[in-house]
Write a protein that binds this ligand. Structure first.
Ligand SMILES: Nc1ncnc2c1ncn2[C@@H]1O[C@H](COP(=O)(O)OP(=O)(O)OP(=O)(O)O)[C@@H](O)[C@H]1O
Length: 363
């Protein structure tokens, strides 16, 4: 069992009547990258600020290596925060920027030079130690900002939207760079982002937040494929998860969800314990629905309303009752607007949610 580096215990922050962080509990293992993901205003930065010590929690606890750090002042928590807008000193060259955190800790010059050389080489900044920040490009600046923090060897590296100021090309490059930092240093990283692709591609585990609440905390694979609620299903994925609202029931022995005469067969495992007549929402990822042969007992029939080729794949919009669904299919698939199509959802990935709460039914 890996060491739990960081633990949040019913962490809460209120600003007046507003609950910015709503009793969030989670643990991050040593060497793991955890992404705090969610829409603007969901409480990501407030959570980060409480971990760093810039914001006192209203209640709850923050443990690093099993010890509460609530009484430890920000500078002494040994957590390194890199802000979105590259906190570097513009009047200092790169070397002095990298040295800064070590100098304030009173490190000797030879030790400092050794540590700075190591981090500069690691981040490909060795040839730029004498440059001023204004002479650097955006990704180099970002590497200096990360280097300034990394050189202090923090217990936890906290990154607040680190790639949001970069162009698409640079962003991909920095993403690769961050993955390298992750694998080569074994650094525990907390990564704040509203970008699901960044979270899915960089994080071992993702905490999905909405209005201060933790909506799911699981591996990147599980939050995508097995969302706990409709919020997570709709926040991740592009196009997002399809939802069909209907009534649970049986067609003969087959469990189905019916909406205005249209029916979707659902796997018995997803419907365990559900009574006929229950109001539910069926969730299906666009890429987890196959075009099937007519008469397939696990399939449903829908009307094709749009066919949009998008290079390597095609997005189909189909209508089932009153609901439009998106499917991602291969380009070999021939579909015609106005024709009927038989669709079989992947039984393993189909999800049933309670219509009132949006929470997934678990067998
Ligand atoms: N100092 C403060 N005083 C009052 N309200 C605040 C303060 N800081 C944050 N908030 C509010 O708390 C909520 C959470 O904000 P927070 O910045 O943590 O969200 P976020 O998910 O990081 O958003 P963003 O991605 O836009 O930075 C928001 O409604 C915000 O307006």
């Amino acid at each position: 069992m890996a060491n739990i580096k960081l633990e949040l215990v019913e962490l809460r922050k209120e600003f007046g009547d507003l609950i910015a962080v709503d009793d969030v509990s989670l643990g991050v293992e040593e060497g793991e990258t955890m992404a705090l993901l969610g829409p603007s205003g969901c409480g990501k930065s407030t959570t980060l600020n409480m971990i760093v010590g810039l914001e006192p929690p209203t209640s709850g606890d923050i443990l690093i290596d099993g010890k509460s750090v609530l009484d430890v002042p920000p500078g002494q928590r040994n957590v390194g925060l890199v802000f979105q807008d590259y906190a570097v000193f513009t009047h200092m060259n790169v070397r002095h920027n990298l040295e800064y955190g070590l100098r304030v800790r009173g490190m000797t010059r030879p030790d400092m030079e050794r540590e700075v050389a190591k981090v500069a080489a690691f981040l490909n900044l060795g040839h730029q130690l004498d440059s001023k920040p204004l002479e650097l490009g955006a990704s180099e600046l970002q590497r200096v900002a990360i280097g300034r923090t990394l050189v202090t060897n923090p217990e936890i590296l906290l990154l607040d939207e680190p790639l949001s100021n970069l162009e698409a090309e640079m962003r991909n490059q920095m993403r690769r760079e961050l993955r390298r930092i992750q694998t080569e240093t074994g650094q525990t990283i907390i990564y704040v982002t509203h970008d699901q692709i960044e979270a899915l591609s960089l994080a071992h585990r993702i905490a999905v937040m909405d209005f201060g609440a933790l909506k799911q905390y699981d591996t990147a694979h599980n939050v995508y494929h097995y969302p706990d609620n409709t919020f997570v299903g709709s926040f991740l994925g592009n196009p997002p998860m399809n939802f069909v609202r209907g009534q649970f029931g049986h067609d003969g022995n087959r469990p189905v969800v019916a909406q205005n005469g249209s029916i979707i067969p659902v796997p018995p495992s997803s419907a365990a314990g559900l009574g006929d007549g229950a109001e539910v929402i069926v969730g299906m990822r666009p890429e987890s629905m196959l075009v099937a042969e007519a008469g397939d007992p696990e399939a449903f029939i829908a009307l094709v309303v749009a066919v949009e080729p998008q290079g390597p794949e095609t997005v189909l919009t189909v209508r089932l009752g009153q609901t439009d669904l998106k499917l991602i299919v291969g380009t070999g698939m021939q579909a015609h607007e106005g024709s009927e199509i038989t669709i079989r959802p992947d039984a393993e990935l189909l999800a049933l949610f309670d219509a009132a709460s949006g929470v997934r039914f678990r067998a």
